[in-house]
Design a protein. Sequence first.
Length: 131
Amino acid sequence: SFSPGQRKTLLTFAETLLPNSVGIPLTPTENNLTLPVENYLRKVGPGSLRGFGILLHIIEYGALIFLPRLKTFSRLNEEQRIRYLEGWENSRLSFRRFALTAVKMLVCMILLNDKEIRTALGYDTACIVEP
């Protein structure tokens, strides 16, 4: 399982990626994000949960290296977090670009599994078979 710090990083990442201002009734929580991510990663294979947890630590503490502030990712304000993630997205280091894409894809995949979020985005959910 993720540590409390890793959970906070993941929730903060999701809030930064899809802020409430875009009209999505999104409040990332343990129940709709962190627990489903943990469950998914357990099914992917051995080491996936641990590896993703390490990636969350890198995102959290990378802010101390890549920004001229002495704050971790979760302690930055929204504007600073957006700028920090844009730095990952536009980095010359392929690891940063690929890592950001991996986290974004997993967060979006899990959140789009939530019927309320799909509906708010305008997806026709009639064709989706719920498990």
